[in-house]
Design a binder for this molecule. Structure first.
Ligand SMILES: Nc1nc2c(ncn2[C@@H]2O[C@H](COP(=O)(O)OP(=O)(O)OP(=O)(O)O)[C@@H](O)[C@H]2O)c(=O)[nH]1
Ligand SMILES: [Mg+2]
Length: 321
């Protein structure tokens, strides 16, 4: 007989606290699973681990496809390790659900970091339902923290919902921008500029260096205009230029936020989202499981289109009201 969820959770917790990386990976798999018993085990393990969660720093790294997120995380992660930190990376990649997994892709982009004892890299399949966000990024971050990783970097694709969601659950949000001045300004949405704590113009090396600096100047003006307090810099993950500055900058901002109490406030807001989202998920799952009278949907649509029912009435009937 397999162990009960509580017993399985207790074992997992002991292993994670003892530094067992395979156990950490397993716990993340369980929390991402859709099976109720896996969920029960994972959440029980997380409950027991929560006293170990909170001291770490959670950082989101976002930007358009190919801008250099993974390469930057590789360089930044190494810099953090040089400073004595332990670094976990969660890569959330929508393309992984299309290509059937970009695990090798991400590991090879982070090949230097992947070899480090003090690093843990975990690519998670994204959930198309959520617009390309892993369903359990928040829980995975907490598990990494409990396992003693004091920095958790989350790579997320710069597509609408996913970056907004991730920005809400991290302590600092770094947005990478393509070098090249002028028209790029149109491409990045105002909302994203407002989410960013740090804007970094990537690939500032070789022929891109000058355009990168021009872009930084333009974005700097845009940020002033928007009245946000985001910092802006140029960097190159390839040459290493700007990586130390990025690490310093994010460190300083997080220390200031911790002192001012804004870090705690940000986490409290996210805690409310955490439980609310799970509650919504449970409701939706229960409703879908009943699925009793979905047969009436066709009739409800006809009635709505013919003007017999209004759309709100039809939706309420579908819910059995
Ligand atoms: N010149 C230059 N090229 C870079 C730099 N960083 C990344 N690249 C190149 O840009 C390409 C994409 O890099 P990735 O790190 O995979 O970019 P990404 O944003 O993680 O890509 P996705 O995860 O697919 O969205 C690769 O060919 C890198 O070698 C840099 O600092 N300078
Ligand atoms: Mg990547």
């Amino acid at each position: 007989m397999p162990p009960s969820p509580a017993a399985a959770a207790a074992t997992l917790v002991a292993q994670i606290l003892a530094g067992d990386r395979a156990a950490l990976a397993r716990a993340i798999t369980l929390v991402e699973s859709r099976r109720p018993d896996d969920q029960e085990t994972a959440y029980e393990a997380l409950r027991r681990l929560m006293p170990e969660v909170g001291r770490g720093r959670r950082i989101g790294v976002s930007g358009p496809p190919g801008v250099g997120k993974s390469t930057l995380i590789d360089a930044w992660g190494l810099e953090l390790i040089r400073r004595g930190r332990r670094v976990a990376v969660l890569a959330v990649d929508p393309s992984s659900s299309l290509s059937g997994g970009s695990i090798l892709g991400d590991k090879s982009r982070m090949s230097r970091l992947a070899r480090e004892e003090s690093a843990f890299i975990r690519p998670s399949p994204s959930d198309l339902e959520l617009g390309g966000v892993a369903r359990r990024t928040r829980e995975a971050m907490f598990l990494c923290e409990a396992a003693g990783f004091d920095h958790v970097l989350v790579e997320t694709m710069g597509v609408g919902q996913s970056e907004i969601r991730v920005a809400g659950m991290v302590d600092a949000f770094v947005v990478l921008i393509q070098p090249g001045a002028g028209d790029e300004l149109q491409g990045i949405k105002k909302g994203i500029l407002e989410l960013a704590d740090v804007l970094a113009v990537a690939k500032a090396d070789g022929p891109y260096e000058a355009p990168a600096r021009e872009a930084a100047a333009e974005y700097s003006a845009a940020l002033r205009y928007l009245g946000t307090e985001a910092e802006i810099l140029t960097l190159s993950a390839m040459t290493g230029d700007g990586i130390g500055r990025l690490a310093d900058l994010v460190d300083a901002r997080l220390a200031a936020a911790a002192n001012a109490g804004t870090l705690e406030a940000r986490r409290a807001t996210d805690g409310r989202r955490w439980i609310t989202e799970l509650a919504e998920e449970i409701l939706l799952r229960e409703w879908r499981a009943q699925a009793g009278d979905r047969g009436q949907l066709g009739a409800l649509v006809s009635a709505t289109l013919s003007g017999e029912l209004d759309a709100g009435q039809a939706a309420r009937r579908l819910l059995g009201r």
